[in-house]
Ligand binder design. Sequence first.
Ligand code: HSE
Length: 437
Amino acid sequence: MKELKVGLLGIGTVGGGTYAVLTRNQSDIARRLGGNIRIVQVADRNLALATQVTGGQVPVTDDAFAVVNNPEVDVVVELIGGYTIAKELVLKAIANGKHVVTANKALLAVHGNEIFKAAAEKGVVVAYEAAVAGGIPIIKALREGLSANKIEWVAGIINGTTNFILTEMREKGLAFADVLGEAQRLGYAEADPTFDVEGIDAAHKLTIMASIAFGMPMQFDKAYTEGITKLTSKDIKYAEELGYRVKLLGITKKTEAGVELRVHPTLIPEKRLIANVNGAMNAVVVKGDAVGPTLYYGAGAGAEPTASAVVADLVDIARAHGTQAEQRVAYLGVQLDQQQTLPVLPVSEVASAYYLRMRVLDKPGVLAEVTRILGDATISIDAMMQKEPQDGESEADIVILTHVTIEKNMDAAIAAIEVLSAIDGKVTKIRMEELGK
Ligand code: HSE
């Protein structure tokens, strides 16, 4: 095999990790591959940083288009992020007949259909293992390891920042805002944490997994996204008393009515392995009809974990370089002309079990009124817990776990409960998933 020549766009955290892993493990990679992978040019706005990271061993430039247009480069590794310049660079690299490796989940979730179409027309590879769950080889598992299966559902903790925050809230009983501040100080959370805490980053990753799992185009605009900003440590504590952990899950399921594509806080039974994934770690459960549930766990971010995925993509591309497109794994698991645009269900049509918490006046008959409303809506109660008023309070917390019902049915019942005179304020609703079968 001749040498694969790489142009690196961005030598920040992941770019630096990629340079370090490729350099350190060069001989192991070469033994596996029967050839070499060599970075021949690096672009970064910070030339001093680029020179420092590469030790002056590689030509550096602050013009990313110089790399994309460099005839020596076989593969462009895009680690810039964002939708605008990154999209231009990726499309230009493809137009120039170069393969692309990207860690950019936002770009693929939003513009992936266009990018993969362009890549197919030019016969180049676009690889993106690092875009979902960092170092966990979940794309390879879904797309190749599980290719014998009909995928039934995928559920994952695919954002480390929010998992860190939820873990701290549970372990220390702290409020969301306090933990967010700590996460920012520790460098887990960005200065603008919106994409993480509002579930958008997770929805990007989920969109990509759903596309592979169900052989459909990216449909990020149809994803339901609810973050963790309104979660209270009280609900996390009550859930725990009932045997559940609260996680920000990305869930995609194929049902007869359509595909569910949703990110939201979710109660999971604590006996599930994924319920015990703590700190900034990621994990994904994939249920295939033949294999059953399978679990993938590891670091979802960070320099070398993410570089591990980037370099593995480079190894795959080195093997695929010079082959015909039909000899390669399809970008999204199925051939592009075989994709089916399955309808994505609005969240109001999703079937789920629910955790409900309400503050009620502690007087006779209140519970009867609440359960009558649920009964009239044919919503079956699975468990119930009442927390007595604390000293000086006249209101109690009632927590109800329901069996599965359609969300719009649940919302109608909640609206009826909220107008009862004995109910104070809004009912807190958190969806629940068994993730068992
Ligand atoms: N910000 C992401 C996370 C990592 O917290 O998991 C990159 O997708």
